[in-house]
Design a protein around this ligand. Structure first.
Ligand code: AMP
Length: 215
């Protein structure tokens, strides 16, 4: 169960990956979450990553690849993983392949979560995240029980800095330029599955669970 999730910002990768990890008992690995945590903690990694994230740009490959390599070497990844937001360009895809070979880990494939562009915009505008634990909400479809307070940990629920309209637009462009080519890359290798992400969370989750359990 070693899977990669691919999709533009707002496709639901983070929401689905967190739910799937709980259901399947495998780690959810999100460089974006790690960078945000490091940035909040004010570590050197956080300062570096923050300067790219705030513009909607990709953090340099050397930094991101090193982070992922270290994480994949941990024991819990032997059973499986859900990579959410990695790889994000062809160089990272090549690096992932090398890491898996070096670590002797199998690869189940990449799953593309497909959502029409107007729906992506609606989702990003309404998206809110917990600054403390990273739980994801949506103002219209999934608000926290108490406005601005995380249901899970009581932390502050707020707009993600890079969901501001101008930065969100850059992130969509980066996806189109650097990340969308990964669909072809995995398709050519016979390793791509696609899932319709323009449905309620529970329906998408059910399909992904089935797919991951019975590839
Ligand atoms: P995400 O939470 O996946 O939307 O990622 C938020 C931000 O973290 C991105 O806009 C990038 O600045 C950075 N980031 C996340 N994953 C990667 C990656 N694989 N390579 C480079 N930067 C990344």
């Amino acid at each position: 169960m070693h899977w990669v999730l691919i999709g533009p910002p707002g496709a639901g990768k983070g929401t689905q990956a967190a739910l799937l990890a709980g259901r399947l008992g495998i780690p959810h690995i999100s460089p974006g979450d790690t960078f945000r945590r490091a940035s909040r903690a004010g570590t050197p990694l956080g300062h570096l990553a923050g300067s790219f994230m705030e513009r909607g740009a990709l953090v340099p490959d050397e930094v991101t690849n090193a982070l992922i390599r270290e994480r994949l070497a941990e024991a819990d990844c032997r059973v499986g993983f859900i990579l959410d937001g990695f790889p994000r360009n062809l160089a990272q895809a090549g690096a992932l392949q090398t890491m898996l070979e070096e670590l002797g880990l199998p690869f189940a494939g990449a799953i593309s979560i497909e959502v029409p562009e107007e729906e992506l915009v609606r989702r990003s505008v309404g998206r809110r995240v917990c600054r403390q634990c990273g739980a994801i909400y949506h103002l219209e479809t999934h608000p926290p029980a108490v406005s601005g307070v995380c249901d899970v940990c009581g932390g502050e629920v707020a707009l993600r800095a890079d969901d501001r309209e101008d930065v969100a637009k850059t992130r969509l462009e980066v996806y189109g330029k650097a990340t969308a080519v990964l669909l072809d890359y995995y398709r050519r290798r016979g390793e791509l599955r696609t899932v319709d992400g323009n449905r309620p969370v529970e329906q998408v989750l059910a399909e992904l669970t089935l797919l991951m359990r019975n590839p």
